[in-house]
Design a protein around this ligand. Sequence first.
Ligand SMILES: Cc1cc2nc3c(=O)[nH]c(=O)nc-3n(C[C@H](O)[C@H](O)[C@H](O)COP(=O)(O)OP(=O)(O)OC[C@H]3O[C@@H](n4cnc5c(N)ncnc54)[C@H](O)[C@@H]3O)c2cc1C
Length: 394
Amino acid sequence: MSDTSMHGLTEKTDVVIIGGGLVGLACAHYLAREGVECAVIERGELNRDGSGTNAGSFHIQLREPEIRYSDEVLPEFVPMKVEAGRMWSQIEDELGCDLGLKVKGGFLIGETAEDLELARKLVDSERKYGLHAEVLSPSEVKDLSPGISSHISGATYDAAEGSANTLLVGPAYARIAEANGARIHTRTTVTGIAPKVSGGFAIQTDQGRIDCSRVLNCAGPWAARLTRMVGWDVPIGGRIIQVNVSDRRERALDQLVGHIRGGLTVKQTTYGTFMIGGGWPAELCPRTGQPRVSRESVIGNTGMAMRLLPDLANVTIVRTWLGINAHSLDRDGNRLQMFGELPGVPGYYILSGGTLFTMGPLFARLAAELLAGRKLSFPVSIHHPERFPISRIS
Ligand SMILES: Cc1cc2nc3c(=O)[nH]c(=O)nc-3n(C[C@H](O)[C@H](O)[C@H](O)COP(=O)(O)OP(=O)(O)OC[C@H]3O[C@@H](n4cnc5c(N)ncnc54)[C@H](O)[C@@H]3O)c2cc1C
């Protein structure tokens, strides 16, 4: 890895990947594996934003609001989740190192009769498209995970769900990508992108210029800034959310525990700590305008966790941190990742959106297939930029 702030940047490559989060680094790995020359440009250090601050769960089951996606979306969306789960189950073998991987299944718990009805609908919908989750009764849930509260009405369960250590996955991709010839430049900010008349792009950075044939924008919540550089507004924004972690405890919870209505994920990591998240928002400090931990969110989030896992009342939350998560809504309001070539800018690709810890490895593999000119192993038409309300900047 090179910190170009020390010696400047003068380089030519086939693909410039903008962003050194999990997605950009996984793209570098899969592109290098395809024999495609590439360079990652990261403005800070690797894996520091959403990729290093997320909760590390892989969510394979449909969740709120995905349950309400249309029949146009689900036939592509669900099989990709199944494949993402398969990739995670093998990721330590693929990358050849310990990633804190835990694949012990996941519950989405219901507390009311309506929740149970929703669980049944969700599983029916998943099964239609090849995801074989099941609905469990409260006693079946307790047989698998005795610490879960007795008051629940049931749960969905999928054996492919689990978690990994977010601090390890991105760097593991980076190491292998570099070993296979990818170049990685940190502390280098992309400040301009100029399509060249002869084809390809001149990428301007604060450390010099790099010429390339193609661009892959993996800048997470900042991706829209980088599409504006080539004249497109895309609906990608960022939300600051928080995650709580407890002190270490004896092993008590194997599965990933979520709520069927959303707002909760709990897991016990391979180190014994409990990680509690679910997308609860941070708040802005009224004095500085900077984001800070919201006590209200900590209380709401941990309260929900204790309702489903009463023994959590005995653990101590030792840290709450914030991270910025990209979100993008397609023209029908479905929260989908955006992936594909920008219209009218041949050679400029974007890959950004939410839940890209779960889906990042698969999308990165597909991006490499696309840029290597191969047939994609999964259809991705629902993610194409033209399905989103994008607009030309006049
Ligand atoms: C608190 C939290 C919890 C989450 N929990 C989960 C979870 O449990 N499961 C799940 O699937 N997902 C989860 N997510 C979402 C997940 O973290 C993200 O979808 C994923 O990490 C996105 O990775 P990325 O590489 O696309 O983006 P990022 O990690 O945001 O990386 C983008 C990179 O682009 C760089 N960049 C931006 N602009 C420029 C520029 N001009 N020049 C150079 N570099 C630039 C940034 O510095 C950054 O490093 C969570 C997110 C957060 C914040």
